[in-house]
Design a protein around this ligand. Structure first.
Ligand SMILES: Nc1ncnc2c1ncn2[C@@H]1O[C@H](COP(=O)(O)OP(=O)(O)OP(=O)(O)O)[C@@H](O)[C@H]1O
Ligand SMILES: [Mg+2]
Length: 333
């Protein structure tokens, strides 16, 4: 039985107008637009962890921010249990979808104790709670993330990086969200601490039944925590599949290139390796067809236009590559 999606992202686009340099203004050059998201479609089921991977600048954070309501997409729609997210009151939306950021230090107010910070969140968003209830809730939130409530009167700088990330997670959980968008939540942490935070997120997901969108560039981390993975390239999703399918049978040349960067001992897997040639195209003028066509080792004339549709290769494995549409799809030896 298929479970109804909690979130559905349909053809979402987001651009950022670029400020012109003085020279461009004097030369009367038109304003340029950066295409950060170019028709992103995805869905998230209740209780699942969806990993999002891709090179720096491909739009991962922009997508996360659109979901959390920090950016407004210009095109497409985001549905929450089949209802447009934009129709849901702002306060309700931020209660349901919370973000955890990469750098817990800059996202915590350095002048507020942990108790004051959590109390403020509860005071603003749950006005019916008494101060005693807020105190209890603060203690239980800290326990939930593995911190002793006895530390709550300290300022953020008194904590280690891993502890600060636990505090950010406690703050994100304060309003009992249904979705956590974790944007590179362990990238700034020591490797030994990364595993602890990943395990914490995993156990919170199980215990609280929340869904997690886990954004990262570390494929091993994503593989470990995600049920499904979406690979992004230049503002588009190029492949989505269940984690083991994606890692075991990557079909998009970009996914294959990404995976080939992880050392694998298995010679069968290594034979799939393809290299990424050239530079990431300028997001101010992306290629008109497949975004990866300028670097793809298998590029053909027809890749240059139009943007390929998603191909469902079965079992919820979707690939945006015209080679996947033809029966001749295979990786040359
Ligand atoms: N507020 C903004 N104003 C202008 N351009 C932006 C803004 N936010 C993002 N961009 C641009 O949009 C594109 C996507 O950025 P985004 O931060 O979403 O990438 P990312 O995949 O999260 O990268 P990273 O792995 O480095 O965090 C980039 O070209 C970036 O420069
Ligand atoms: Mg980012």
């Amino acid at each position: 039985m298929l479970i109804e999606p909690l979130l559905e992202i349909r053809d979402v686009s987001k651009t950022f107008p670029q400020p012109r340099t003085l020279l461009e203004v004097l030369a009367r050059q038109p304003k340029r637009t950066l295409h950060a998201l170019r028709g992103v479609s995805l869905m998230l089921r209740p209780g699942e962890t969806l990993g999002i991977v891709g090179e720096s600048g491909c739009g991962k954070s922009t997508l996360g921010r659109c979901l959390a309501g920090l950016h407004t997409p210009e095109g497409g729609e985001i549905l929450w249990r089949r209802q447009p997210l934009s129709d849901i009151r702002r306060a309700d939306r931020s209660r349901r979808i919370q973000m955890v950021f990469q750098d817990p230090y800059s996202s915590l107010n350095p002048r507020m104790t942990i108790a004051q910070m959590l109390d403020e969140v509860l005071f603003v968003h749950a006005p019916s709670m008494s101060s005693a209830e807020r105190r209890d809730r603060t203690d239980s939130l800290l326990q939930m993330v593995g911190l002793s409530p006895g530390l709550k009167n300290r300022l953020p700088h008194a904590f280690s990086g891993g502890q600060r990330q636990r505090i950010s997670i406690a703050r994100a959980l304060a309003l009992e969200p249904e979705v956590l968008v974790a944007d590179e939540p362990v990238s700034a942490l020591d490797v030994s601490v990364q595993a602890q935070i990943i395990n914490l997120l995993e156990s919170l997901r199980e215990k609280l039944g929340i869904s997690i969108i886990f954004i990262a560039h570390d494929l091993n981390v994503v593989r470990h925590i995600s049920h499904r993975v979406a690979v992004m390239y230049l503002g588009q999703i190029v492949e989505t599949a269940a984690t083991e399918t994606l890692f075991g049978n990557p079909q998009h040349p970009y996914t294959q290139a990404l995976l080939s960067a992880i050392p694998v001992p298995d010679p069968d897997i290594r034979s799939l390796q393809v290299g990424v040639q050239g530079e990431l195209p300028d997001p101010l003028s992306p290629p008109p067809g497949c975004g990866f066509s300028t670097r793809c080792p298998f590029v053909m004339d027809k890749c240059e236009k139009p943007i390929p549709e998603f191909f469902d290769s079965g079992g919820e494995h979707h690939v945006r590559c015209i080679r996947a549409h033809s029966s001749t799809f295979s990786v040359p030896a």
